[in-house]
Design a binder for this molecule. Structure first.
Ligand code: ADP
Ligand code: ADP
Length: 237
């Protein structure tokens, strides 16, 4: 599904963030990416969705190297990848429903000003997703009225309404308390299982990763230092 071959990133500053990374993520597999700050975790996620241009190597999505795509093809490839962020990145003045729809419709203000309504099939799907994450009753609330855990649930719905093949999740619980963090991790992993989605979850909290995923990849100084089941982890990874 996703394959990284010799992925290398050296920033213009000279920082060698990733060195010759080979990694394969099969369809439906949820993988936790761990490692100390500066190990290259966010660089790896950003190379996969091409927010960062790799210096060398390949990022193959279903066999297609996303390095050599036209702008339009890259936009389509990005639609196959749902992003979930640490700080949620919701539009505060929009409703929960509109934030979810923005995952599918892009700039929802456009739809509102031109059509006064959103496509019914998308609205139906947004209601289904909100129901699944327990936020149906909040659909008409503004994003800035929500708690952190509720915001992350909206972020999850916004990523899933794209119907992606792969979820890229960057520190989803870093701004949440321990109990909410566990709920959010459980929800992400359950949804991936229900939908056969692969995911790469960049997560600082090793114990949380051990609780929920079957495969952990540990990065250290831009290289893979560990790849296996979480019970094989030594404390210093
Ligand atoms: P690229 O090689 O991807 O073009 P640049 O070196 O041009 O990256 O930096 C992109 C941005 O990241 C700049 O705004 C820069 O200030 C910021 N940046 C530079 N060094 C670091 C660093 N060590 N960690 C995080 N961000 C950095
Ligand atoms: P992590 O997500 O594991 O904390 P990063 O991928 O953010 O690691 O950083 C890996 C290395 O790349 C670090 O040395 C960091 O300083 C450097 N780095 C990250 N972003 C940039 C940037 N935009 N420009 C220059 N160096 C960067």
């Amino acid at each position: 599904m996703l394959r990284l071959e010799g992925l290398t990133k050296t920033y213009k500053t000279g920082d060698q963030a990733l060195t010759d990374i080979d990694l394969e993520v099969p369809k439906g597999q949820v993988l936790a990416l761990i490692g100390p700050s500066g190990a290259g975790k966010s660089t790896m996620i950003r190379c996969i969705n091409r927010l960062v241009e790799p210096t060398a190597g390949k990022v193959l999505l279903d066999g297609v190297d996303i390095a050599h795509l036209s702008a339009g093809a890259l936009r389509r490839a990005r639609r196959e990848m749902g992003m979930i962020f640490q700080e949620y990145a919701l539009v505060e003045r929009l409703t929960v429903m509109e934030n979810v729809l923005s995952g599918r419709l892009g700039y929802v203000g456009f739809w509102r000003s031109f059509t006064r309504r959103y496509p019914q099939a998308d609205v139906d799907e947004a209601f289904r997703l909100l129901d699944r994450v327990g936020l149906l009753h909040m659909a008409d609330k503004r994003a800035d009225e929500l708690s952190g855990g509720q915001r992350q649930r909206v972020g999850i719905c916004r990523a899933l309404i794209q119907n992606p093949k792969l979820l890229l999740v960057d520190e989803p619980t870093a701004s949440l308390d321990p109990k909410t963090s566990r709920q959010i991790m459980r929800l992400i992993c359950e949804l991936c299982a229900e939908r056969g989605l692969a995911a790469i979850i960049n997560i600082h909290d090793v114990a949380l990763a051990q609780m929920f995923v079957a495969r952990v990849v540990g990065l250290r100084f831009g290289e893979i230092a560990f790849d296996g089941a979480p019970d094989g982890l030594t404390p210093d990874v």
